[in-house]
Write a protein that binds this ligand. Structure first.
Ligand code: MIC
Ligand code: SF4
Length: 639
């Protein structure tokens, strides 16, 4: 029998379309889905328009964790809408205040050996318990809830072999920062990273989940750990022993590539501004003044993490000129910290205790002051994401964050007492509503639609020729935070015409007006970009809102996986330059044409972009399924 790695074991059981040996794209069955409120409203509006009676997959959970600030009616309207949709269609609804989707899903629902699709790029957190957990756009989640397959590029699997044991003061965050140092934030499209080797057994589930969570920053499809004795113990302690299945790679299983990390040799690391792949040692930053420390987010907000911080701060006070904010991952975590005295330690030490929500991570709370140095345990430090453009954000472990909070300068932690894996977690599922009607729903439930809930725009079929203008030209590593800013703009997620006013706000606030003016002249809008366009989040609004503004094509040096899929789902052609140097030949405002664009999509994807007298070769390589979506004007239009 063929020796299989963990990825092959799980995917082979879920394969519904394509053959990994020959096809470049495969379709898999999705067991579980999750949404969060910022992407969820669109996902459910799209699901509604599919006319399905109730969800068809094993479990669908709708979390509210991103937009919980509720300044004005918009967020609250979204919550009411989401709750009513969940009740009607058989979705479990996690109320605001229950916690962050990825932490909660790991605690209460994730199952080894299953597939999970989430409308959030950090869904791979589930890889920490041996789940193939993938982030995608909301409409893909809607399709999966309706029982449809999800398509991924046939993966190449890289073994990250862990050996040795972490030293004191070094933790999971340093492991993933090391992997990011090696592989960077671009060029990993299509890969799945599988953690293996003797060092795996030394990492508890929260540590594994930190690593798979932040694997999203590599741009991989997902990351996964085996499901072993450590997983078994975690699930039993969550009262979910029956959800355990052992899944470990067969002896002799092969991989497409291997990278070895000696845990014993790792030292505290930080991701310096403004990319999670910009790695420095904490030692090299020693003594640098710090103004703010933020601890939490879905990457490092487990009981293990916050308890560690409390142990470091015990009996001490944070430096007088730093502000420290802590957001726990879930109510379970807060309850445990309250019960063991950690919460009192943190309050006494001068920390501000925030809601169990995304908050600061997405610039929706505690933005730093002008030019501040902010040390954070979350996963992204893109310029401006904190809500303050001039802030210098460094990503660090909870250990480094706590040690630096005490000194007010960059400091490595000399060592904190290890937090043993709890034997029994306190279980309280009361803030998960509609569990009893999960899967069936309550037909006849009235959907609550406040004025912030707009309709979903539909695309139109791709025209024969493209006559347009370059509405913007951007550089390398443009993230979805650049394209569709969150923070103060997040509350317009359910209202595309309103949200579309802020497309590319950080790069060119006039983008919306330029697009509208071109549209009026009958010109299509085209975005020209450098390497790794669309890094970061899964937010489909970064494609949906441009579609609404008449964007028909993106021409980039390279495009990241989730964003590329979102562009296709909304009928925007994702072209790349055949010769990357031709990027220099186009500028913003240029009038351009792609004659026969429709034919090019139908055929092999090669086309000529004409700018004045210059002819530039561009290409798009699409599966038959993707071609169909683009020709129809996107997924919704194809139904
Ligand atoms: C993020 O961390 O960027 C987000 C906000 O969670 C996004 C989802 C969104 O934009 O709503 C993500 O990671 O997919
Ligand atoms: Fe929320 Fe931040 Fe995690 Fe995104 S990365 S899900 S904003 S905590």
């Amino acid at each position: 029998m063929k020796k299989m790695n963990v990825v092959q074991k799980i995917l082979s059981k879920h394969l519904v379309e394509g053959d990994p040996a020959v096809d470049s794209e495969i379709g898999i069955r999705i067991d579980q889905t999750l949404t969060q409120d910022a992407t969820g409203t669109m996902a459910y509006l799209q699901f509604e328009s599919m006319g399905v009676k109730h969800v068809k997959n094993d479990l669908a959970v709708s979390y509210v964790d991103h937009n919980t600030v509720q300044i004005g009616f918009e967020n609250a309207d979204d919550h009411d809408f989401l709750a009513s949709i969940a009740k009607k269609y058989g979705i479990v609804y996690s109320k605001a205040g229950n916690g962050i989707c990825h932490q909660l899903h790991l605690e209460r629902f994730g199952k080894p050996g299953t597939t999970l699709l989430g409308s959030d790029s950090h869904t791979p957190t589930g890889g920490g318990i041996g789940q193939i957990a993938i982030g995608a756009g909301g409409i893909d989640i809607a399709v999966a809830m309706a029982g449809g397959a999800f398509h991924i590029p046939t993966p190449k699997v890289r073994a990250i072999v862990l050996k040795g044991k972490l030293r004191k003061g070094v933790s999971a965050k340093d492991v993933i920062l090391k992997v990011l140092e090696k592989f960077g934030t671009k060029g990993n499209v299509g890969w799945i990273f599988e953690y293996t080797g003797p060092g795996v057994a030394t990492l508890d589930v929260p540590s594994r989940a930190t690593i798979t969570n932040m694997g999203a920053e590599l741009g991989v499809t997902t990351s996964v750990f085996p499901s072993d004795r450590v997983t078994k113990q975690f699930l039993a302690a969550q009262g979910r022993g029956k959800d355990f299945t052992e899944i470990v790679a067969d002896k002799g299983a092969t991989y497409d590539d291997t990278f070895v990390v000696d845990l014993a040799k790792l030292e505290p690391l930080a991701a310096a501004p403004h990319s999670p792949g910009n790695i420095v040692t904490v030692k090299s930053m020693k003594g640098t003044k710090v103004n703010q420390i933020m601890i939490g987010s879905c990457t490092n907000s487990s009981y293990r993490d916050i308890r560690t911080v409390a142990q470091i701060l015990k009996g001490k006070h944070v430096a007088e000129d730093v502000e420290v904010g802590i957001a726990c991952g879930s109510r379970q975590v807060v309850n445990m910290l309250a019960a063991d005295g950690s919460l009192a330690i943190l309050i006494k030490a001068g920390c501000r205790i925030l809601e169990n929500a995304c908050g600061f991570c997405i610039g929706a709370h505690m933005s730093p002051s002008t030019n501040a140095v902010s040390l954070r345990t979350n996963n992204r430090n893109f310029e401006g994401r904190s809500g303050t453009k001039s802030a210098q954000v460094y990503l660090v472990s909870p250990e480094t964050a706590a040690a630096s909070a005490l000194t007010g300068t960059f400091s490595a932690c000399a060592g904190a007492k290890a937090v043993p894996a709890p034997k029994k977690f306190p279980i309280d599922d009361e803030m998960f509503l509609y569990r009893k009607t999960a899967g069936r729903g309550v037909p006849g439930t009235k959907i609550v639609r406040g004025p912030n809930i707009a309709t979903v725009p539909k695309g139109v079929p791709l025209a024969k020729d493209l006559k347009g203008a370059c509405a913007i030209k951007v550089g390398d590593k443009i993230t979805t935070d650049h394209i569709m800013p969150a923070g103060a703009r997040l509350k317009f997620r359910s209202n595309v015409p309103q949200y579309a006013k802020f497309v590319f706000e950080p790069c060119d606030p006039k983008f919306h007006d330029i697009c509208m003016a071109n549209k009026e002249k009958g010109l299509a809008n085209v975005i020209v970009a450098g390497e790794s366009y669309g890094q970061g989040s899964s937010r489909e609004h970064a494609a949906l809102c441009p579609m609404y503004l008449g964007v028909k094509a993106v021409v980039a040096k390279s495009i990241e996986r989730i964003h590329r899929a979102n562009l296709i789902n909304f009928g925007i052609v994702p072209f790349t330059f055949v010769n990357a140097k031709d990027y220099d030949l186009v500028k913003a405002g240029d009038v351009l044409t792609i004659d026969g664009i429709r034919k090019a999509v139908e055929a092999d994807g090669t086309a000529t972009l004409k700018v004045g007298s210059k002819s530039i070769a561009v290409k798009t390589s699409l599966s038959d399924r993707e071609k169909h979506l683009i020709l129809c004007g996107g997924l919704l239009a194809s139904l």
